[in-house]
Structures are given as C-alpha cells and as structure tokens.
Design a protein around this ligand. Structure first.
Ligand SMILES: *Cc1c(COP(=O)(O)O)cnc(C)c1O
Length: 406
C-alpha cells in the first residue's frame, strides 16, 4: 500500500465535496477587536471578524490580560505536571472554587478544553452507571457524541428540543434503568435554546440524570453570567453543568460542576483528566478574572444583546434570510457548500469581512450556513457595512434573497 497516496486521496475527496478546510491566518490586536490582521501569501490587511466565539471580547479585557501576564511572571509558563503529579497549581484550584460558586454547585473540575470536559465526563459517568441508557439531543456537539461513543453505553437520539420524543424514549426504558439526558442550553449552529425546565421535569418524572452543555451561554446569560440555567434559576434542577473558559470568558479550558460525589468520580475515573498536564496558572488566573468580572459587570452582556438585535433587524429589513434565533448567534442558511465557500471568500477579498463558512460535518449536508456572531464591539457602522457587503455579495453571486423569489 502506498500510504502517502492514500492520504492524498482522502484529501482530494474533501475538495470534491467542497469541504476542504482552510484556516485564516489572523492576528488579533487588543483594543482593536473585532478587527484583526489577515495574512495570505503577500497579502496583509485589516479585516472585521464576524464569526468569533470571543462573544464579549473578554480576550482583550485589560483585567484579564493583566492577570495572565502577572501570574505568568509570578508562577511561570506551564503547570509542570498532571493534576496528580505536581501540576495542581494554586490558581487552578482557585478557579475551580470560583466555578462551583458561579453555578451554585458543590464542586467543579477543570479540563484543558470544553471538548475534553464533555468527552471525559460523559464517558466516565455513563461507563460508571450500570447499563446506562443515554438520551441525547440530535444536534449535540461533536465532543458530546465522542463522550457517548467512548462510554460504550446504549444511546437514544431524540429529535432536537422535542419533549414528546424525549418522553417516548424515557417511557420505553425500564423504570429502574439508569438514564442520562444530555443536551445543550444554547445550540451553537442554530442559536436556539432548549426547554430546560421541561426537560428537568421529565428527568424527575422518569428518574433520569441530566447533563447540560452551557458552552455558548456561560458569561453571556444570567445576572452572574452562569448561563441559561442561571438566568432561569434552573441550575439546581440539573445534575451536571458543563461549560468552557474559551468562548465568552476569552481564555482557555473547560469544566463541569455538580455534586461532590459526581465530580469526585470523574476526577478519579476519567483518563482524559488524569493523564494530561494541568492548565497553567496564568491561564487559570485569566479565566478566574474573566468570571469574576462578568459576575458583576452587566454592560458587556447588555451591549452584546443590543448589537445583536440591531444586526438582526438591519439584516432582516434588507431581506437577508436569517434562520430563527433567540440568542446572540445569527445563522444565515445557504444550503450549498460551494456557494457558502464562494460567498465567504468574496466577502473576505472584496469587503474585508471574515465569516468562516460552516459546512458538513459541523452541520448536516444541505444545511451549510454562514454563522454571524456580533460582539459588543460591532458598532452600528460595522453592522451597516456588513449589510451592504452581504447584499452586494448576494447580488454578485446570484444568491436569492428572501422576498425576491418569484
Ligand atoms: C466549542 C464547543 C465545545 C468545546 O469547547 P472548547 O472549550 O472550545 O473545547 C463544547 N460544546 C459545544 C456545544 C461547543 O460549541
């Protein structure tokens, strides 16, 4: 077998399907977000980023940057070991205390990413429970799917946010059987929100455990930034809340919070937690600073929602076909990977606007989309420029706008 040729063929297949991934070379400058420097060969120019997950621009928050550099100088660069072998640094432990408090839970555990948090926790929990049945929303993130896969547990996929279907699955399982419902609060590719209270009610009725991914909500929703469960006072009705420090908190890392026993079990049983180096103190301190800042400061959250409403309104008025979204995430359905890619290439070359195309397998085939994420720093002028650029792009590429169909 010619191994190299084999991989070349695998790559060619992606080109044929128009989903070969190209990463943009970006340099973000604190104080200048959402603008960034874009490089491609000899080209170097400023672009406006409309697809960042640094939803509140906390990555440029002066307190966060100061904490990062101060603790790096004080405690050095790396953690120096796994959690078990010398790596459990003081700032990381402080971060875990902060997270448990944020969500009003007994304990928390920090991982190197939100992806690892899901994969490690779900696989450990579902493996420990005897003959566990997992009930998983069909739009759950890849990290959740990996966790389920690695647990080896049986799974039922329920239709997205569909309570009747979830109940049907719960009803079919033996009443004594261990059950784990896994879902997200804000779905990152649609921008919709799960019926958390109703799912918690069903969990109670059928004695199931609940696990929620709040990655796209922490920092942004709730008076403390504790996510949708914080906003709707539901955190006590969910067993495990998972979140990230890498999106609205602008740093890096992921976590779970829950009862002392559950957290302790994951801590002692999950290899993805045990056999990897701990988060460095400087990053932990940066994350703690961001969490504390957003516990009291409401202005970023308020301004984010204001600019999101403004963006939605201006784009809808211009006839841009937005998918229905009740959150800060604004998807535009294109339904074709080639057009999706062409539109984003054109926006970048002609209008200096960077929006990454979202293709399979991030979304199902035929549901390719642009995913726009405003921040508090996308001012009214930038929104106008986006609208004009989208219209010009649509016209040039012959993409139909809503209201134009004959
Ligand atoms: C991004 C994402 C994750 C992973 O979080 P990272 O900290 O980026 O690894 C988990 N769940 C969902 C829904 C996500 O969108």
């Amino acid at each position: 077998m010619n191994y190299n040729q084999f991989f070349q063929k695998a790559i060619e297949q992606l080109h044929i399907e128009k989903r070969y991934r190209i990463f943009a070379d970006l340099e973000r400058i604190p104080g200048d977000l959402p603008r960034a420097i874009f490089r491609n060969g000899t080209i170097k120019k400023a672009v406006t980023v409309w697809c960042s997950n640094d939803y509140l621009c906390m990555g440029q928050n002066i307190h966060v940057i100061q904490a990062l550099s101060k603790i790096a100088h004080k405690n050095g660069a790396g953690a120096g070991g796994t959690r078990n072998i010398s790596g459990s640094n003081h700032h990381l432990i402080e971060l875990e205390t902060e997270l448990a408090e944020l969500h009003r839970k007994e304990a928390s555990l920090v991982f190197t990413s939100g992806f690892v948090a899901n994969e490690a926790s779900i696989s450990a929990i579902a493996r420990l429970l005897p003959d566990c049945l997992i009930l998983s929303d069909e739009l759950n993130h890849a990290s959740i799917i990996e966790g389920i896969r690695h647990s080896g547990a049986e799974k039922n996929i329920f239709f997205h946010n569909n309570l009747a279907h979830l109940e049907e699955c719960l009803k079919k399982a033996h009443p004594k059987r261990a059950k784990l419902i896994i879902f997200e609060s804000v779905y990152s590719m649609n921008g919709d929100i799960a019926p958390i209270k109703a799912i918690a009610d069903l969990a109670e009725k059928y004695n199931a455990m609940t696990y929620i991914d709040e990655v796209h909500a922490v920092g942004i929703y709730g008076m403390n930034g504790g996510g949708i469960t914080d906003r709707d006072h539901l955190s006590q009705r969910i067993d495990i809340i998972q979140g990230t420090l890498s999106k609205a908190y602008g740093a890096l890392g992921g976590y779970i919070v829950g009862s002392r026993n559950i957290i302790d079990a994951v801590r002692c049983y999950a290899p993805q937690f045990i056999f990897t180096t701990a988060l460095p103190p400087a990053i932990a301190a940066a994350a703690t600073t961001a969490i504390r800042y957003l516990k009291t400061s409401q202005k970023e959250r308020i301004l984010l929602q204001k600019q999101v409403q403004m963006t939605k309104k201006i784009l809808l008025n211009a006839g841009v076909p937005l998918m229905p979204s009740t959150t800060h995430i604004i998807p535009i359905l294109i339904s074709d990977p080639d057009i999706c890619k062409k539109a984003t290439d054109y926006l970048l070359t002609k209008h200096n606007i960077y929006i990454q195309p979202i293709n399979y397998p991030t979304v199902p085939r035929g549901q390719e989309r642009l995913r726009i994420t405003p921040t508090p720093f996308h001012n009214d002028h930038l929104i106008e420029l986006l609208k004009d650029a989208l219209i010009e792009t649509w016209n040039t590429l012959g993409i139909q706008l809503r209201g134009e169909e004959s």
